[in-house]
Design a protein. Structure first.
Length: 263
């Protein structure tokens, strides 16, 4: 049987989307990973990850990649479909940049970079995968895209263009129907709730217990990783080939009024 292939682009060690790599390696999957910071420490981390978790047939390729660069986006996908000779089955594009304390009128170069990484070049990445599949006639094995959505539609406040970047992904659910790429990409959107200990939320860990007293379910990184891996089960991917899937994993965070005063 053909081994399934995953792309985990620009994910740091503390990312909510990074935990599923262990399960994929244990199951013998092939992963192309691009750490958010390519360094000796990053390559050592992935080397140890593979040594500890890789099952029979597993493959882990670690590449340098700047998701803020359109040139890098194109080169990465060309390398996957060219020299690596892989056809992607899953894309987990959970790259994110924290923006703290930036309100309307205060956006600067970092905000624009974050928006490009979390939205513009994410869409560009998906377009490049679609083009490679179309060029090679791979129209019977769509890649499942696990979209990182958020219940934060401005409710936290002071986080730059984060909300705009996440909301900007939601039209893909309609475009899957209205545009011409549904035979190459399937959409599974995960609305990620409060996940403790991640790079984006670690500053709010101290108030997580108080948020749970308000009826919100917060998650550890392992719990959220378990949920996300579940969305890559064949039953879900089969469903996503017929229509996009929206998975609400937000734990009731949207029900809390005045969330910005708590965080």
């Amino acid at each position: 049987d053909r081994q399934w292939a995953w792309l985990w682009p620009w994910v740091g060690r503390g990312s909510v989307g990074g935990g599923g790599k262990r399960a994929v390696l244990a199951g013998g999957g092939q992963i192309v990973a691009t750490p958010s910071s390519f360094s000796a420490a990053a390559t050592d981390f992935y080397r140890n990850l593979y040594a500890q978790w890789a099952g029979r047939g597993a493959r882990l390729v670690v590449l340098p990649f700047n998701q803020g660069s359109a040139q890098d986006v194109r080169a990465l996908v060309e390398h996957i479909y060219g020299p690596l000779a892989l056809d992607l089955d899953f894309i987990v594009p959970f790259a994110a940049i924290s923006e703290v304390g930036l309100e309307l009128g205060e956006y600067a170069a970092r905000s624009e970079l974050a928006h490009r990484i979390m939205l513009t070049n994410l869409l560009r990445l998906l377009g490049e995968v679609r083009s490679q599949k179309q060029r090679r006639g791979f129209d019977s094995r769509p890649a499942t895209v696990l979209l990182p959505l958020s219940p934060n539609h401005g409710t936290f406040g002071g986080d730059g263009l984060y909300s705009e970047s996440k909301i900007g992904l939601e039209p893909l659910f309609n475009k899957w129907e209205s545009e011409s790429w549904s035979t190459y990409l399937s959409i599974v959107g995960a609305v990620i709730g409060w996940t403790r200990g991640t790079g984006l939320m670690s500053g709010n860990d101290l108030v997580a217990a108080g948020v749970e007293q308000l009826g919100v379910r917060t998650f550890s990184q392992k719990e959220m990783a378990f949920n996300l891996v579940g969305l890559m089960h064949p039953l879900i991917t089969d469903l996503a080939q017929r229509q996009p899937v929206w998975a609400d994993l937000n734990g009731g965070l949207h029900t809390v009024p005045n969330l910005n005063t708590i965080t």
